[in-house]
Design a binder for this molecule. Structure first.
Ligand code: ARG
Length: 463
């Protein structure tokens, strides 16, 4: 006889129930209730397959189907009572099914284990997140393309080391992020294609002696095929790690952009104005408008990196097949996913609303000797000077301008000819920022014609 307090699902060999501390460390229902819909979808597919293969009767399968739908509506309606004693979502659902349909509920677990069940549920959940991730990226890319299109000709300073380097176009800068988020999109799609194999039917670890049809359950749950090795199927969490690692790379991109928006919206830069919808004020300084959304995106990234490291660490020493350590996969992925989706949506909103301040951008683009390279290139092109010598001559011209407190285009032809007598007045043409960007027509360069070609290529790719 089993003690009344031992677990009703697996307590046959137990004389007593768990200590309260054991229950607290062991139970996952507090968080894995988020897998309820996936758990019920998996059970419905399994029940239908058990009937189709003659393992259970059609009558029992029909009772399970009806009962599982009732459980789902109770959970969705908020009336379901979750029990810690029942540990996790799998046993909570099954116990409630038993209350509703009685004896047939006990046949649902035939040819299945919680190990393949949890792997299946979690995969279905992560697959949905990959789809949301993809949608979030596409929306952000579209917002960036709109900005790029509007500002394909606007000039701004390009930086290296955050020092003024050469003028670039606003469109070019926006398109750099399109490339980054485009690679993220590729990673998400690759991960989704690779993960789409169904663990259900791997059972505890070795498969089952019942004549199950794994093709059928895989198909019913939208998988491409059943996972081919039962040991691997129950102990694989690569799909969650690929989600977290592609989320981490995307988060790093979001954080870099967020950092630029923080800098650009400062009074010292004034490159952009962020919308009121994505800014906040200060309770003491009335003039303040803070780029909080950008700052929070920049910060939330830490949680996503953290989740990736945490799950890698959980998995790294585990022998095959399932170990309870793996229960620690879910909270990390849930938190990372919630924050990633929020960060993507906030970034899309900020990008859609932000206003580039063209006069500030252009003034900044023209300062800091930003067209010095254009000058050096002119010396090479027109005077056939070796680039190294041109670099040196230009450096001398910059020194002269700096000593005068002026910029390169403000030097007189005389000043220039003192440094090199071959210089003619034509040189002034290349010192303007618009000419500078227009000249950079090499593939992938900043010239508006190149930027427009890249925008067109992306639009084609996304259509
Ligand atoms: N709650 C468990 C988890 O999330 C389900 C699998 C339990 N399997 C077991 N053999 N105890 O991993």
């Amino acid at each position: 006889m089993t003690d009344k307090t031992s677990n009703q699902m697996w307590g046959g060999r137990f004389a007593a129930g768990p200590d309260a501390i054991m229950e607290a460390i062991n139970a996952s229902i507090g968080f894995d209730k988020r897998l309820a819909a996936q758990d019920i979808a998996g059970s419905r597919a399994h029940a239908a397959m058990l009937a189709a293969t003659g393992i259970i009767s059609d009558k029992d399968a029909e009772a399970m189907r009806e009962g599982l739908l009732t459980v789902l509506s109770e959970i969705e309606g908020g009336t379901f009572e979750f029990s810690i004693a029942l540990e996790d979502i799998h046993m909570n659902v099954e116990a409630r099914l038993k209350d509703i349909i009685g004896e047939p509920a006990g046949r649902l677990h035939t040819g299945r284990s919680r190990n393949d069940q949890v792997a299946t549920d979690f995969k279905l959940w992560v697959r949905d997140q990959l789809d949301s991730f993809e949608a979030g990226l596409l929306a952000l890319i579209r917002a960036l393309l709109d900005q790029a299109e509007a500002g394909a000709d606007w000039v701004m300073p390009g930086f290296t080391h955050l020092q003024t380097a050469q003028p670039v176009t606003w469109g070019h800068h926006m398109m750099a992020y399109v490339e980054m988020f485009g690679r993220d999109l590729g990673r998400v799609r690759d991960a989704r294609a690779r993960m789409n194999e169904c663990p259900l039917g791997a059972a505890a670890l070795a498969g089952t002696s019942f004549p199950i049809d794994r093709e059928m359950t895989a198909k019913a749950l939208g998988f491409d095929r059943p996972a081919a090795n039962s040991l691997d199927a129950v102990s694989d969490r690569d799909f969650a790690l690929e989600f977290l690692s592609s989320a981490s790379i995307c988060a790093m991109h979001l954080s870099r952009f967020a950092e630029e928006l923080v800098i650009w919206s400062s009074a010292q830069f004034r490159f952009v104005t962020l919308s009121d919808r994505f800014s906040t004020g200060s309770s003491i300084m009335p003039q303040k408008k803070n780029p909080d959304a950008a700052e929070l995106i920049r910060a939330k990234i830490g949680r996503i990196f953290g989740a990736n490291v945490a799950l890698m660490t959980v998995m790294k020493g585990l022998p095959l097949a399932y170990s309870k350590d793996m229960q620690e996969d879910k909270e990390q992925v849930f938190d990372a996913s919630d924050n990633l989706m929020l960060a993507l949506a906030a970034m899309e909103g900020m990008v859609r609303d932000m206003q580039a301040n063209c006069p500030s951008l252009e003034t900044a683009a023209a300062s800091g000797f930003s067209t010095a390279t254009d000058l050096a290139d002119w010396l090479v092109r027109v005077l056939n000077m070796p680039f190294r010598e041109a670099h040196h001559v230009t450096g001398s011209l910059v020194a002269v301008a700096e000593a005068r407190g002026s910029d390169l285009p403000e030097l007189s032809l005389e000043d220039m000819r003192q440094v090199h007598s071959g210089i003619t007045s034509d040189i002034f043409e290349v010192l303007g920022v618009h000419n500078s960007v227009a000249s950079r027509t090499s593939y992938g360069g900043t010239a508006p014609v190149q930027v427009r070609a890249q925008i067109a290529r992306w639009k084609e790719r996304l259509s």
